[in-house]
Design a protein around this ligand. Sequence first.
Ligand code: NDP
Ligand code: MG
Length: 353
Amino acid sequence: MKRVALLGATGSIGRQAIEIVESHPELELCAAASGSTPLDDVDAPLKDVGGDLTDLLERARPDVVLNAVVGFAGVHATLWALERGVDLALANKESLVAAGELALAARERGGGRILPVDSEHSALFQCLEGREPEQVDTLVVTGSGGPFRGRGRAELEDVTPEQALAHPTWRMGRKITVDSATLANKGLEVIEAHFLFGVDYERIEVAIQPTSIVHALVRFRDGAALAHLGYPDMRVPISYALTYPERAATPLRPLDLTSLTLEFSPPDTDTFPMLALARAAGRQGGSAPCVYNAANEVAVAAFLDGRLPFLGIPEVVGETLAAADTDPVRDLNDLVDADRAARAVAEGALAAA
Ligand code: NDP
Ligand code: MG
């Protein structure tokens, strides 16, 4: 029996994870947590709404932590699992982006594994398994391009939260859906891939594949490329991470090749500057990815509240990156300070926007 602690149990990933756990006799929930939504309908011996996630994990003693919290709020749980050598099924990409170097050091000390749940990273993980780093040429992270693919800047001036939340291929929580519309999600994913797979930013490419069938590719030094295909359904990477290395069955239908359209194009980085800002923050290192993430969280919340136009999101993030101190991060206290300071700078940029 594998004991799963599910953090973010009331969210999009959390709900699908419960379905996966319930359908596999070898998985059981030992704990579930949410931020404020009650957990009355979640069947777990330990439950916590709005509490300290690491306290809950200490009591639950899980075999695997599925971190499906949204945002920087997931960072303590990520580090808790890695430090203790507990398997981390990671959906909460913000924690790895913000705390990348701390997370890798914690994994080194704890000896644990990160099993990516983000679909592109689950795909890369599978394409890379059993290969030596020197065999790898480039990683390609794919994306649908979001609801505004093909539009120019002028056509984005007045877009509403409702329009940004209408994602063409994936049904997800509100924050990541807006991130998909700005391409910040791909930016976060490039940084996530850098930390997960130890590949330089120059060798991590983004390609737009509108139907979200190809989740990622790896190009190898001999000219071969391996791609990962599947319908856009998060139950697959969730199940893969929770049942790794077994690859248990899921209720999905097999891929029907005759119905597929597979076209690729480069991302429009002029219209969607969040991708280039992420690469710059990643290359800068230190607390810069944490600053990028914090400013983005502030800007997305303001956009969803109707306090910031869509095009204001990259402006606030760019201004925050330019203004905030980006120091080395020695420990979790430094990181929490950097996150807090960046949020304050971003709130100032919002007020000026
Ligand atoms: P949702 O907004 O649907 O759910 C977020 C979950 O996090 C909710 O259960 C929420 O609880 C909980 N939460 C928020 N803050 C806290 C907190 N401080 N303590 C405990 N729980 C908290 O998000 P998603 O499920 O869409 O996304 C979750 C993560 O997975 C994100 O990092 C996202 O980027 C990533 N991801 C999601 C994908 C998807 O398909 N949805 C795909 C790939 C990655 P409450 O209900 O109380 O607010
Ligand atoms: Mg993804």
